[in-house]
Write a protein that binds this ligand. Sequence first.
Ligand SMILES: [Zn+2]
Length: 350
Amino acid sequence: MTTLDFKREQRTSTFLDPRQGYAPETVTTEFRADPLTGATSRICHFARDRVPQPELAGLVETSKGFCPFCPGVIEQATPKYPPEFLSGGVLTCGTARLFPNLFPYDDISAVVAISDQHHVPMAALTDSAVPNGLKVARAFLEAMEKKRPLGVDPAFSMVMWNYMPPSGSSLVHPHMQVLHTRNPGNALRRELAAEIEYRASHGRAYLSDLVAHEAGAGERWIGELGGIQWLVPFSPTGMVGDCIAVFPGRATFTELDDGAIGQFAHGLQRVLRSFSDYGVWSFNLGFFPATAPEDVDHHWLYARIVPRVFVNPATSAADASYLQFLIEERVAMVYPEVTAERLRASWASV
Ligand SMILES: [Zn+2]
């Protein structure tokens, strides 16, 4: 039996509403705590039917003026690793090309341009661009793990992706970020510490219990594909929801074989199509690994996909504010159960 604690609490705010002749209006905010870390988020200001659309064609066209990742430019405009660090200076897989980040975030910080197309619409991210990007990232991270053996000097092999400007991407051309780092960031560090405690008191990996519970309960469950389990977190991350893909029995990104990468890409296409139907055209995606396969006793590798939006396209208003940046509080405008229902409907229709 699982002992996961899904804490939620509703609070109401009452005011005299000028939109209704100053009649009393009551608005509800729901607070939720993550069952693992206790981190809270709040659900409020419920979203309209679809996310407001920007003038995307103009943005794509303007950004073609100079793009360092387009064919014919990428070969001259992007850096290479010194040969003693990486033979050949770059790595390729199909149309995906990995090279050093000109603006590194760490000592080992690479970029993968995943397609030779300048703009790949979210709903049409091809079957090959995502797998090729992940495979070339894996080849690079495997080489880094050999340089810095995991057991000797623990480091995290991380793949992250900002897709289109609302997510923080400065370029339209689709590209992923690859880090091999001793510092995986505060979020993963807190999760790993909580997972070690969970393992000590329950004897199982937290995500093993979460997947079993959510698959059984169903209200936040999306589906399973090739052994990868997809679900919507109880405590949301993004303004218009999020979802995670859990890889049972694996703790690190470099453990994924070609089959697992292909199955993940198929699942990703399903959820991206659904978010796209809702009007979303940007997202963050990240893989959250432990440092070594042996850590699977407490940590299962998972990927999180967070749709990103301009809350007001006219002003390019960001969907992150003082709440996320200053007080570290996530806000959603959609109940996770509603997000899951939408994703489930799209999942089943493929
Ligand atoms: Zn381009």
